[in-house]
Ligand binder design. Structure first.
Ligand code: PLP
Length: 398
């Protein structure tokens, strides 16, 4: 066979998510998009703030070479400096522009950092349930994905389970708070205890080879109840922060994010140049210049994220009313209830009959649960409840 067999096999795996997505598209064509309750994808529903369009318009006035030319591999210097300055102002950190590497979304931030701090054969710990792409990226880097289950009652990271998952081969731990798919936000206490466990593990190892913490933070600003953001790199020096503007500024199609390498981390000076080499190797180098220019001016902006909290409160109350076991999210636009039967795939397939697109938890490393992405109009959330109630009554007698 001429094609890459590993990649072919991955594409050929039957994917229930794809099936649900395709069925949703088909139904939208048949009965109109407004009548399909699509909770499947994390595509932000609130518009990007006006400041983004204004910055883009301003950038369009620049001479062509400044607007459309190749940017340096790690990104535009003014954009990197602005990111560093914004992080320092908000979190009391001490980044400089040289510590920031602009990327093609968080996806590229994760693949760059993973490849920068692992060697083939290493292990990378993820907290289950986890964003399914982590496994793809970890395995593509030649590493093994090791799952550490979160606490089932709260979906907080279980420090005990992380401790059990650590081995001599552990190169990194990926955390994602606020969390996709659970909506959990790790508390100050959780992050303190995680950092302590990692430092204790490091004390048993070659001091030049600490476990790296990769903190994936695309939902950092989508926090409910006015809680302060706990910035992971403040808890543990060996932290690489991966960020995306996809969710906070509703720009997923623009593909823009960054890696911020804590200047206090081991081999700090190598991380950004390594990311440059890795993105060169994958061909995902130099994010688009126009969007770098734009986000550099919008670092303190967000979309109107309050809609997601409104949606969460409505959905949480409805699910509780219907008798679901569910943890109340503290951030993001996801909720991760227990399905009403053991097989979440069967549950989600049945939901399709009621024009509800729900995603089973299996690919998140957590069978028996399902995810709802409620980045949709509040009015539609309200309308979906009749379908949800019919589904639960007819299929489960509730
Ligand atoms: N990490 C998590 C946890 C996500 O949910 C997503 C996207 O949904 C990403 C990373 C990738 O984000 P991006 O669109 O910036 O590549």
């Amino acid at each position: 066979q001429m094609i890459n067999e590993t990649m072919y096999a991955r594409g050929a795996e039957s994917s229930i998510i794809r099936e649900i997505f395709s069925y949703g598209l088909e139904r939208k064509a048949q009965i109109g998009a407004e009548n399909v309750f699509d909770f499947s994808l994390g595509n932000p529903s609130v518009p990007a703030p006006a400041a983004v369009a204004e910055s883009i318009k301003k950038a369009l006035e620049l001479p062509s070479d400044q607007l459309h030319g190749y940017t340096p591999a790690p990104g535009l210097p003014q954009c990197r400096a602005a990111v560093a300055e914004s992080l320092n102002r908000r979190f009391g950190t001490s980044y400089e522009g040289k510590d920031v590497f602009m990327t093609v979304g968080a996806a590229a931030s994760l693949t760059c950092t993973l490849n920068a701090v692992t060697n083939p054969g290493d292990e990378v710990i993820v907290i289950a349930p986890y964003f399914p792409e982590y496994r793809v990226w970890i395995e593509k880097a030649g590493c093994t994905c090791v799952e550490a289950l979160a606490d089932e009652d709260t979906f907080q990271l279980s420090v005990d389970n992380v401790l059990k998952a650590i081995s001599d081969k552990t190169a990194a731990v990926i955390i994602d708070s606020p969390n996709n798919p659970t909506g959990a936000v790790y508390t100050c206490d959780t992050l303190t205890r995680l950092a302590n466990v990692l430092r204790e593990a490091n004390a048993q190892r070659d001091p030049e080879n600490p476990i790296m913490l990769i903190s994936d933070e695309p939902y950092r600003e989508i926090m409910f109840g006015g809680q302060p953001i706990q910035y992971a790199a403040k808890f543990y020096d060996d932290t690489l922060t991966c960020y995306s503007f996809s969710k906070s500024l509703s720009l997923p199609g623009e593909r823009i994010g960054y890696v911020a390498a804590n200047p206090r981390c081991e081999d700090a000076e190598y991380i950004v140049p390594m990311c440059g080499q890795i993105s060169r190797g994958t061909g995902h180098n130099c994010p688009a210049s126009l969007i770098q220019l734009a986000v550099a001016e919008c670092l303190d902006e967000t979309s109107d994220l309050g809609v997601y909290e409104t949606n969460m409160e409505l959905i949480y109350a409805e699910l509780k009313k219907l008798g679901f076991t569910v943890v109340k999210p503290s951030g993001t636009f996801y909720i991760f209830p227990k399905a009403l039967e053991e097989d979440a795939n069967a549950f989600c397939k049945k939901a399709m009959k009621y024009d509800l697109a729900l995603v089973p938890g299996d690919s998140f490393g957590c069978p028996g649960y399902f995810r709802m992405a409620y980045c949709i109009d509040t009015e539609k959330v309200r309308r979906s409840f009749a379908a949800l109630e019919k589904f639960v009554a007819e299929e489960y007698g509730k």
